[in-house]
Ligand binder design. Structure first.
Ligand code: ZN
Ligand code: ZN
Length: 398
């Protein structure tokens, strides 16, 4: 009987191989620094009874009561009607999500998990402490359009989970793991959650990408322009194109773009802050001086008479708000500088429009991830954390 059970188990495991199935959720909480709530006073409500706990105080608060949090010196003061209690740190726990809003009440968001309030660098610091899987429910819909195909959303969920595990120490100096802005991953709590993205998170629960026994720093980009950024690799990654030669990300309405500037605008953008505003006299020219293995612009040279200015592609992209560094440049009539390019974003890691294109072409989340993170494996987080710790231990011994 035991043998029979083993055979059955092996058989069912074989059947599951290659398919993505949800695993046990990772139980550790993520501490999300809610940067959008830095200005006190802050209104707090909860539809269930809740408690405000500090080192030496425990206050029970009835459902729907409005508590106002303010900063006074190095303490956070909680006011309920005329009563006020103060502490260096408050831990808010309730049986329902908390809703935070500004004093005008016109800008509110609801969050699962606990809320921690404290003073950091003289300002109110609001942390949302919640399980990793609950955190992702509020991330994926803000990082990828919820209308994208299911397999693309699943690939995004696994990327976002991997990124979080890999980057959990990003805000360690401020007592948090990640922030809720574009610096980390945009997070909007329950308010942001959508059915399609929640399904994607739940159906991939606990799965992350691992390479060389460490969670992958799984960055993602809106549109790679048909050529994923090679990052530190000296050889280019394969282009993001189908067998028929079409870019998987070409459904993005801004996949190809063209932007024109006057020569003066480009000359000034390439100068230092305190450089003269006027252009020298003489012939002008704009050239790409260096590209990386994946054709992304590393350096642009701008010439005016006997003067030459050089600027990195990334800096020029930022100063002129170009969508990407995958571009060509030419001088048009009247010395207009025309940039023609493709893609949007840094171009590294998962291409979101490409993931949607691949899903529409019938690829699974697994296949999509293999395309953008070559050599990475999809494994349960519990296994990855064990491998990661083992690896860290070994490297710290050396
Ligand atoms: Zn951050
Ligand atoms: Zn792409």
């Amino acid at each position: 009987m035991k043998h029979m059970l083993c055979v059955l188990l092996t058989f069912s495991l074989t059947l599951c191989a290659g398919r993505i199935t949800a695993q046990d959720a990772f139980s550790t909480d993520v501490r999300v620094w809610l940067m959008r709530w830095q200005s006190a006073p802050l209104r707090i409500t909860c539809e269930a009874p809740w408690q405000a706990l500090s080192r030496d105080n425990s206050t029970n608060i009835p459902p729907a009561a409005v508590v106002v949090a303010e900063v006074k010196g190095n303490r956070v003061v909680l006011r309920l009607g005329t009563a006020a209690v103060r502490s260096e740190e408050w831990n808010l726990q309730g049986e329902a999500p908390f809703t935070l809003s500004s004093m005008q009440g016109n800008n509110s968001r609801t969050y699962r998990g606990r809320i921690v309030l404290r003073v950091n660098r003289g300002r109110l610091q609001v942390l949302n402490v919640l399980p990793l899987e609950d955190y992702l429910l509020g991330v994926v819909p803000l990082e990828m359009p919820p209308s994208f195909p299911a397999e693309a959303l699943k690939a995004q969920a696994i990327s976002a989970r991997s990124w979080t595990v890999r980057n959990r120490l990003k805000h360690q100096a401020d007592g948090a793991d990640v922030c809720d802005g574009i610096h980390c991953q945009v997070y909007g709590g329950v308010t942001a959650e959508r059915e399609s993205t929640s399904t994607a998170v739940r159906s991939t629960a606990g799965l992350i990408l691992v390479r060389d026994d460490a969670p992958v720093d799984a960055t993602y980009t809106a549109d790679c322009g048909g050529q994923p950024a090679s990052g530190n690799h000296s050889t280019p990654l394969p282009p993001d194109t189908s067998e028929s030669g079409q870019d998987y990300c070409s459904a993005n309405p801004q996949h190809r773009w063209s932007l024109g500037f006057s020569f003066l605008e480009v000359w000034q953008a390439a100068g230092e802050k305190d450089s003269p505003q006027s252009t020298p006299k003489g012939d002008v020219d704009v050239q790409i001086a260096q590209t990386d293995a994946g054709r992304r612009v590393l350096k642009v040279q701008i010439r005016c008479g006997d003067f030459v200015r050089e600027i990195s592609g990334a800096q020029l992209r930022s100063r002129l708000s170009l969508p990407s560094t995958l571009f060509s440049v030419r001088l048009d009539q009247g010395n207009a500088v025309v940039f023609e390019g493709s893609g949007s974003g840094h171009g590294a890691g998962l291409c979101q429009w490409g993931a949607a294109g691949r899903a529409r072409a019938g690829q699974s989340a697994d296949q999509i991830l293999q395309a953008y993170y070559p050599g990475a494996r999809i494994v349960p987080l519990s296994e990855a954390m064990w491998e990661w710790r083992k690896n860290r231990k070994n490297s710290s011994v050396r």
